[in-house]
Ligand binder design. Structure first.
Ligand code: COI
Length: 332
């Protein structure tokens, strides 16, 4: 069996190499993304593993079919950048890593929130300038707040545990009820109710597709005054302009954004020497009421190792058994 792994970062390499040695399976590591050009490197291989934020080009899958490669394993969870129809047309199976570390994302949700509640961004900026005054950066306490968790999949459930540990009142919404969360009586009947009743709304749902936002001027109007939005899920769940204005106008307290609707090409790039043309993002970065980070909630040693090795395990299972526990149902 010969595998080829695309879009590999330096921090992932050692885990892939260790897996390759332990399993005695050849894995070629490619730092380039998977494109209609680079897919040519896959000729003669049995399976492709990849991760990238840029959309996968449909032509990649025509070439895979030509080369007789019928499985692609992603190292991440989200499949919103995969043209599913092109995979189906070419008879290609797809796996992801649905659970590399739900705790990594959940812990980051509360990390960002605590930083915002204690005004850490502004306080640190002040201290950097040797301004050691307390005011006006008085904090708020999580144990006094109602946290609304949107989405009770693995990440949402991990977040619920942590928020409860801090003494917050937790409510939740999901179309599909989880028995444990149901037993605890945390579910409210709609996303609207969740937005209306929460001091903090933390999003743990997949993208709903372009233009389908959960947080926008209409829904913000229904939210509590001084509420906070935390998004570690997908940038397109939020109309960032509407959110920015709501915070600037004092309707909302602030937001923690680890994802951003136009992040592709910006996040995980060093643009420090370049002209920056995204005014909205610039405003968000400047505001003390936004904690903006470049999609790092997942970025822990445990998660990165799991992403690298679970995607490879899934590939082996697909090639040996024709399926794997992480195969995605393309008809859903
Ligand atoms: C995903 O797994 O889909 C993520 O959002 C994390 C990614 C940046 C590796």
């Amino acid at each position: 069996m010969k595998l080829i792994d695309y879009g590999v970062r330096e921090d992932e390499k050692k885990y892939i190499q260790e897996w390759s040695q332990a399993n005695d399976i050849e894995v070629t590591i490619v730092s380039d993304l998977l494109t209609p050009e680079t897919v040519q490197l896959a000729k003669g291989y049995d399976g492709i593993i990849a991760y990238q934020q840029l959309p996968y080009d449909e032509k990649v899958f025509d070439v895979m079919n030509e080369f007789g490669i019928h499985v692609i394993s992603l190292r991440n969870v989200g499949v919103d950048n995969v043209p599913i129809a092109a995979l189906k047309k070419n008879g290609i199976r797809l796996t992801n890593v649905p659970s590399y570390s739900p705790e990594a994302i959940a812990e980051y949700s509360v990390t960002g929130l605590m930083a915002l509640l204690r005004n850490l961004k502004h306080m640190i900026r002040k201290v950097d300038k040797h301004d050691f005054q307390w005011a006006p950066d008085i904090g708020r306490e999580l144990n006094e707040l109602t946290v609304g968790v949107a989405g009770t999949g693995r990440i949402g459930r991990a977040a619920i545990k942590i928020y409860q540990g801090f003494g917050a009142k937790v409510i939740a919404f999901d179309k599909f009820h989880n028995p444990d969360i149901e037993k605890q009586g945390l579910y409210v009947d709609s996303l609207d109710t969740l937005l209306k009743e929460s001091d903090v709304v933390t999003l743990h749902i997949p993208s709903l597709g372009k233009g389908h936002t959960v947080i926008n001027s209409k829904t913000i109007a229904e939210m509590k005054d001084d509420a906070i939005v935390v998004n570690t899920a997908r940038g397109d769940l939020i109309n960032t302009q509407d959110l920015y204005e709501a915070v600037a106008d004092g309707k909302l307290y602030g937001a923690v954004l680890d994802v951003y609707e136009n992040e592709v090409g910006i996040f995980n790039s060093d643009l420090s020497d370049q002209e920056f043309s995204d005014r909205l993002l610039e405003n968000v970065i400047k505001s003390p009421r936004f904690i903006l980070t470049p999609h790092i909630a997942f970025y822990t040693t445990k998660a990165v190792k799991n992403m690298a090795t679970i995607s490879l395990d899934s590939m082996v299972s697909e090639l040996n058994n024709g399926t794997s526990e992480n195969e995605i149902n393309l008809d859903k």
